[in-house]
Structures are given as structure tokens and as C-alpha cells.
Design a protein around this ligand. Structure first.
Ligand SMILES: [Zn+2]
Length: 757
């Protein structure tokens, strides 16, 4: 249980003026006047010192799963205490249930219509838009961000204005998910605290820190302690864990006397549907189950113990923080300051809401809506209107019953849609934009296009059951590719327009090394103009893995044009160049990535692998060590450090490295195989056997692995088991004369003459 933060300390009164020796009435009087003036100016300056700003977003946090929002089962004492010493908004809404676009709204004060980020991936914030960070940096603040999920990677452009943008995510150990997707709240809190600890105390400038936690995002997998406490509700376990980590941050502020000088604002980018409206997670619909979020703020300028009734919107976060810091929001921002809302209810300001996820990823109709304090209109092929006071769960469609209200909201929505939206691609030139348009990425046209977009498309509410099927495929594309391919194939047969299904079927096909099938699916997406940058990177990988490295290069150029800030096309290029034997060019490409993204782990790994292949063990070890320093749980780097140690003859060090790798990931096939091999070489064959057996259970059955097991069994006095393994090896590859002769000796009951090949 996190400790309840102590109440804010009152600011210290100015120190009394030092007593002055009387040197004469006139002088003394003059001195007193000067001192009084100085003291007054000093205390004024002190009062005017702008506060620090701490913006916390807890990804995927439904408001009604927080204690102070009425959830009695919630374990959120830190958020509850923050609300008690500050103000919470009873109703706060996001504009879009997608991480990158919603964070863009929070940080720019603009709806997706104006900042142009309409989906996760494929879009980057247009250059030149002011953000919370750019404004505060210009105002002389020190600025830093610590993010925890891939959707906030710097490639999407939300890093602008942050002097420190820590988006280093660990490789991860969840076989269901891609690498580098999430950092847990404890690690992110550590990073933020390291930055705070490292601030120069002589530097009196205030700071802006943005801390993003990703834990409540699916899959729900809280740390062990919370997993058992919240066995039935792992989503709430993730929330409780984040709450405790936020407690560490706030206690640090308290311990350093900063509580009274820091505005803290905690909110979320969207909620989680948890089965409502047939949706399990978030992204498709614009109902309140995924748009209502908490908004809690406290600190200087925020009255304590209030619950504000004004509806707060994502676009209001930045103007409010700027106002609390004594700044005026740039007039281009659409949001407004809610600083006064705790004391007096403000006039209702409606929220534009949208999701284009179903349109862009599934080929269904896009959704847009207009939400006032009392009503929400959703523009879909079959339009919806909800009276939110009476029907907060949005179950009774009143579109036919309240025609006038519907028409009024529809007109407001049309007016918002009528303005053109910017092309969201960082630094994209005309040619790049043209390419992007052909890929279906930009050209978010005015309203007329929205109707055209909807024409003949499925209404997401009619098709949501189909998404469940796709989601099974998505969840298992990496861990159970056969099952994923079955599910996705069935889904594609039902609706071939779902780019997401094609994309994940290709991932599953590549996972089971059926590169030809993956290439066919990815080419189909490209022919339809629906390729993402990631699709093109995967296509290139499949090409070079099937000996078509030369063909991969132009594909990677197209991927780079989609999202110029992404390192993945360059990583793919380096791998393709290696496939072509152009190692020096590959190394240069890896260095180019490191110039752009310092310590980018896959670039370091690529350079290290190159060094190892060229026999530069020391150079390779130094590079693997850099990966491990940034992420001590990077098992791949640990295993490679063990391999380097083996090559150097430091067998005990190698064994220690492999054991450490297995402590982190007990089923890592390479670590099992390498540890077995190292133990066998150091005269401990009996100890080696169980590791080698496990390596063969969880990893590929290769002749090398089977031979290692065969000879380890032989040396530990199990000739029958040895023969079995060697025969299995020969069945895979009969052209192994040494193995064949050892097997023949064993079959004849002789001690084999040969040694371990
Ligand atoms: Zn999110």
C-alpha cells in the first residue's frame, strides 16, 4: 500500500532582514526603506516563480476503475489522495481511443482533425505545431519525457520540445508480442527519478516532466504480487501497480520539498471497453467506455478537495497546464484552460471524437462524433444519438426520437469536419507526400470525403464480432502461428478488406518461416495501396531471407518514405546489405541509425554481430555490453556475451552468463544449448544433459544440438541414449561421417573411437 502523501508544506516566509547597526538616523531610515523594497521585490519574485509541471498519463485507464471515481474495489490510494489534495473532473473525455493520436491531442491542444495523427503508426506530428513541451522549453523550462509504450516512440514526433525523451523500451520476454513494445511502470519511474536526482540543484529553472505508463494496456500481466491479489481482475492489478509507482514519484517530490511547487496532472489517453458494446479492448468505437478517462490535478493554483463538473477534454490539458504555469496557450490551440473550473462551472465546450482505426485497418466505415455534456452523436452508416445523463452506458439509440438534437449535433460535426486537415508526415517533401497518398496514408480530406469513405462500408457495430476472430489471430501470430493462420484465413474469407488480418497472417507465416506465403500476402497489401511502413519492412525481410536481398532494397526505400523518422527501414537495409556480402555498407548503415537514435539496441546488436563474425571478439563484447547496460534483461545480449567468453576460453564466465540468461528466460533455446555445450566442454557432461534435452524440446531439432546431446550422454555413461540422439541427428543429415562411425560403434556395443565432432 502506498503511503498517503503528506499535505503540501506552506511556502516559507521570507527571512527577516538582518539587524543593521545604527550609523545615523538618515542612513538607517534609508537603509530600512531599501531593505523593505528589496524584501518586497524578493518575495514577489518568489511568489512568481513558475511551478514545475508533472504530466502523468496512465494508458488505457477507464475513469470508473479508479477509487475516487467510485470504484470501491480499486486499489488506487495515490490517485485518490491526489484528488483529495487537488481537483478532479467528474467527466473527462479523450477525442480518440488510440494511443498516439490521443497523446498528440493532449500534448498539442488540438483534435486529430488539426494535428493530423489519425492512427497508431504511419503518421508523425507535422513540424512546426507548438506543443506543451515546445512552449515550456521556449519559456526556459527544463523538459523531459519518460514513455513506456511503442506508440510514443520518437519516430511519431511527440518528442519535439523535450530535451530528454526517454523512449528506451526493453526487448521484452512475452512471446506473444513483438519486441520493444512496453516498459513496466517501475522501470519508467526509475528513469524519471534518475533524471530528477540528476538535476543540477544550482539551476533554479523549473521543469516540465511527462511520465507515461503503459501497464494497463492489454495483455493484462501485472507483476507477481498484483497478479495474485487481482487474480480475477488483472486489468485492475495493472492499475494498482501503476498507482503504487506513481506514489514513488510523488513521495520523491514530497521528500524534496517540491509538492507545493509542482503542478501534478494525471489523466489517460483512453479507456478500455472490457466487453461493452462487443469490444474487448479499445480502438474501434467512440463510446464512453473507451473515451471517459480520469483527470486529477493538484498543486499551486489548484484548489483542494474539489470535484469540477465542467466536462474536461484531452485538448484542454496543455492550455490548463500552461495557464497554471503563468503562460497563455498559443491561439492556434483548440483547447481551453480549465484553471477556473474548480471554482466556477464553465460553459460546456463540446468534444470532437473519432476513430479511423476500423477504416484504416479493417476497411470498415470511419467513425466520427460530437459529444456535448448531455448528448453524443456518432456519425456511422447507421447514426447513433445517446442521452448521456439518463443513459451513460450508451445502450438506447435516440436518433429517431430526438431528431432536432441529432440535426444540431450533426451540423456542428460537419462544420468541424469541413476544414482541411494537415498532412501528418514529418518533414515530408511533395514527392514523399505523393508517395504517401498512393499508399493511402494522407489526404485526410474535408467532410465530403467522409461520406464517400463510408459509402458501401460495413458499420463497425455490425462487424465487431468479426474483430474478435481477427484479434485471436493477432494475439497468437507469434506464439501459435498455425492457429493464427487458420483464424485469420477464415476472417479474410469473410471480409477480404481487413488489412489487419492480411498483415498479421503475413507475420504468422514469416514466424513459421513460410516466407513465400508471407511475401504473397504483403504484396497483395501493397498492390491495394494499404501497406504500412512495418509491412514493407517485413516484406523486405522475407525477400532477403529467401535470397532476394537485392529486391529488398527498393522496398525498404518505400518504407522509409512512409515514416522518415523510423529506424526499422534502415535496420532492414543493413540486414539486406549483409545478405549481399556488403558488410562495410551494413556497418555504415548501423552507425547512421545510432547517429539518429543513440544506443538504438538493434543497431548496436547488428554492429556487434558483424564484429563477432569478423573475429573481433573484444569489439563485439563492448557493443553487447552497451545493450546490456541499457537493458540488463536483454537475454540475447547476455547469451552473446557468453558466446564471446567461450571463444576467449573463459568457460566459467560463459557458464555464468548463460545461467543468468536462463534465470531471466528459462526456455531460451540458445541459452539452453550453449549452457549444455559449455558444461560438457568443461567436463560436466551429466550436468549438461538436462539443458540439452530442454533445448531440443523448446528449440529447433538441429543435428548440432542432437550431436551435443548424444556425446554428452555418452560421456555421462548413457550409451543407449547417446545412440538414440546420434541416430536422430543422422536422420536429419546423413552426411556426418564422424557421427555415423560413432553411431555404428555404439550399435555394435563398442566404445566409439571418434571424438565429439
Ligand atoms: Zn493508449
Amino acid at each position: 500500500m502506498a503511503k498517503r502523501p503528506r499535505p503540501a508544506a506552506a511556502p516559507k516566509p521570507p527571512a527577516p532582514a538582518a539587524p543593521q547597526r545604527r550609523t545615523g538616523l538618515v542612513t538607517a531610515g534609508w537603509l530600512l526603506l531599501v531593505l523593505a523594497a528589496l524584501g518586497g521585490a524578493w518575495s514577489l519574485a518568489r511568489r512568481r516563480t513558475p511551478p514545475n509541471l508533472l504530466l502523468v498519463t496512465i494508458d488505457t485507464l477507464r475513469a470508473d476503475h479508479v477509487g475516487c471515481y467510485g470504484d470501491r474495489q480499486a486499489a488506487t490510494p495515490v490517485l485518490d489522495a491526489l484528488a483529495a489534495r487537488g481537483t478532479r473532473f467528474a467527466t473527462a473525455v479523450a477525442h480518440v481511443p488510440l494511443t498516439t493520436p490521443s497523446h498528440a491531442s493532449i500534448l498539442t491542444g488540438l483534435t486529430p482533425l488539426r494535428h493530423g495523427l489519425r492512427d497508431n503508426g504511419g503518421f508523425a506530428l507535422p513540424a512546426g505545431l507548438p506543443t506543451l513541451a515546445t512552449v515550456m522549453k521556449d519559456a526556459g523550462y527544463r523538459t523531459a519525457a519518460f514513455v513506456s509504450g511503442f506508440p510514443l516512440d520518437r519516430r511519431f514526433g511527440l518528442d519535439r520540445g523535450f530535451e530528454t525523451y526517454d523512449d528506451r523500451l526493453p526487448y521484452g520476454d512475452d512471446p506473444r508480442r513483438a519486441a520493444y513494445v512496453e516498459r513496466r511502470a517501475d522501470a519508467t519511474t526509475d528513469a524519471a527519478l534518475r533524471w530528477l536526482e540528476g538535476l543540477d540543484p544550482r539551476d533554479r529553472r523549473p521543469w516540465l516532466a511527462f511520465v507515461h505508463y503503459f501497464d494497463p494496456h492489454a495483455p493484462y500481466d501485472p507483476p507477481a504480487e498484483y497478479r495474485s491479489r487481482f487474480a480475477e481482475h488483472p486489468y485492475d492489478g495493472e492499475i494498482a501497480f501503476v498507482d503504487a509507482q506513481l506514489g514513488r514519484l510523488l513521495r520523491w517530490l514530497d521528500g524534496h520539498g517540491l509538492t507545493s511547487r509542482t503542478v501534478v496532472l494525471a489523466t489517460s489517453d483512453h479507456g478500455e471497453s472490457l466487453g461493452e458494446h462487443g469490444e474487448d479492448t479499445h480502438g474501434v468505437f467512440v463510446y464512453d467506455s473507451t473515451l471517459r478517462v480520469p483527470w486529477i490535478m493538484a498543486g499551486p493554483g489548484v484548489p483542494p478537495g474539489r470535484v469540477a463538473q465542467t466536462v474536461a477534454r484531452g485538448i484542454d490539458v496543455t492550455p490548463t497546464l500552461l495557464d497554471l504555469a503563468g503562460r497563455t496557450a498559443p491561439s492556434s490551440m483548440e483547447g481551453r484552460s480549465l484553471r477556473a473550473a474548480p471554482s466556477q462551472e464553465l460553459a460546456d465546450a463540446p468534444a470532437y471524437v473519432e476513430s479511423r482505426f476500423a477504416f484504416l485497418q479493417l476497411g470498415w466505415a470511419p467513425l466520427a462524433g460530437w459529444r456535448t455534456a448531455r448528448y453524443k452523436l456518432i456519425d456511422a452508416p447507421r447514426r447513433e444519438l445517446y442521452a448521456l445523463d439518463a443513459d451513460p452506458r450508451e445502450t438506447a439509440n435516440r436518433i429517431a426520437a430526438e431528431r432536432e438534437t441529432a440535426a444540431r449535433l450533426q451540423a456542428a460535426l460537419q462544420a468541424a469536419l469541413a476544414l482541411p486537415t494537415p498532412d501528418a508526415a514529418r518533414g515530408a517533401d511533395r514527392e514523399t507526400l505523393e508517395r504517401l497518398r498512393t499508399l493511402g496514408y494522407v489526404g485526410n480530406g474535408p467532410a465530403a470525403a467522409a461520406d464517400a469513405e463510408s459509402a458501401g462500408r460495413r458499420d463497425p457495430k455490425d462487424a465487431i464480432a468479426l474483430l474478435r476472430r481477427v484479434e485471436t489471430g493477432l494475439a497468437e501470430a507469434r506464439s501459435d502461428p498455425e492457429r493464427a493462420i487458420r483464424e485469420l484465413t477464415a476472417a479474410i474469407e469473410e471480409d477480404p478488406r481487413m488489412a489487419l488480418a492480411w498483415r498479421y497472417r503475413a507475420i504468422a507465416e514469416a514466424e513459421r518461416k513460410d516466407y513465400a506465403a508471407a511475401i504473397a500476402d504483403l504484396r497483395r497489401l501493397e498492390a491495394d495501396g494499404r501497406s504500412s511502413d512495418d509491412d514493407l519492412v517485413l516484406l523486405a525481410e522475407c525477400l532477403w531471407r529467401t535470397g532476394q536481398a537485392q529486391e529488398a532494397l527498393p522496398v525498404l526505400d518505400r518504407a522509409a518514405a512512409v515514416l522518415p523518422g523510423s529506424p526499422e527501414p534502415l535496420l532492414g537495409r543493413a540486414r539486406a546489405l549483409r545478405g549481399l556480402g556488403r558488410d562495410a555498407d551494413a556497418a555504415a548503415t548501423y552507425r547512421q541509425i545510432l547517429d539518429r537514435v543513440p544506443e538504438q539496441p538493434e543497431a548496436l546488436r547488428g554492429l556487434a554481430d558483424l564484429a563477432l563474425a569478423q573475429g573481433d571478439a573484444a569489439g563485439a563484447a563492448a557493443l553487447y555490453e552497451r545493450i546490456r547496460r541499457a537493458d540488463p534483461a536483454d537475454v540475447g545480449a547476455l547469451v552473446k556475451l557468453g558466446v564471446v567468453a567461450m571463444r576467449d576460453g573463459r568457460v566459467e564466465q560463459a557458464i555464468a552468463d548463460f545461467r543468468q540468461a536462463l534465470a531471466l528466460q528459462p526456455q531460451h533455446p540458445e541459452a539452453l544449448l550453449d549452457l549444455g555445450g559449455a558444461l560438457a566442454r568443461s567436463g560436466r557432461p551429466a550436468e549438461a544433459v538436462p539443458y540439452l534435452e530442454r533445448a531440443l524440446q523448446v528449440g529447433p531439432r538441429t543435428p548440432v544440438a542432437l550431436n551435443s546431446l548424444g556425446f554428452a550422454r555418452l560421456e555421462s555413461g548413457d550409451p543407449r541414449g547417446a545412440l538414440e540422439a546420434l541416430r536422430a541427428s543422422l536422420a536429419l543429415d546423413p552426411r556426418q561421417p564422424q557421427v555415423a562411425s560413432a553411431a555404428a560403434d555404439l550399435a555394435a556395443g563398442r566404445a566409439p573411437g571418434g571424438t565429439h565432432p
